[in-house]
Design a protein around this ligand. Sequence first.
Ligand code: VLZ
Length: 134
Amino acid sequence: MPVDFSGTWNFVSSDNFEGYMLALGIDFATRKIAKLLKPKKVIEQDGDSFSIHTTSTFRNYSVQFKIGEEFEEDNKGLDNRKCKSVVTWDGDKLVCVQTGEKKNRGWSHWIEGDELYLELRCEDQVSQQVFKRA
Ligand code: VLZ
C-alpha cells in the first residue's frame, strides 16, 4: 500500500520561500505578502488520482493529476507560467517535475509522522514547507 497523503494539513513552518519566489520572478509586493502566509493543504488521494488544494487568506492554488500522466499546469496566481507537469512516486515520495521556461522546476511531498513536507524547487533555489495533520 502506498502512503496516504489524504487529509487537511496546517502550515507549521517555511524555509527560503523568498528565494523560491525570487527564482520564479514574483514581484516585491506579492513576495512581501506571500512570505507571511500560513497556507493550508487539503489533499485527496484516490488510487493514482490526486487533488491538492492550497488555500490562504491571499490566494488559492489547486492542482489535480494522475500519477505518471503529464498535464498542462498554468500556475495561475503564482507566476502564471505554463508548464508540462508530471508526478511520479520515488519510494514514498511524490515527485513533480514541471518542465517549462524555468530550469529545475518541481516539488516533492513526503510524510514524516504526522507532518507533511513540501520541497519546492526552481533553478538554484530550494524552499521547504512543513505542515501538520489537522
Ligand atoms: O504546491 O506548488 O503542494 O501545487 C502558496 C499560495 C502556494 C500563496 C504555493 C500565493 C504553491 C503565493 C506551492 C503567491 C506567489 C505548490 C504544490 C504541492 C501543489
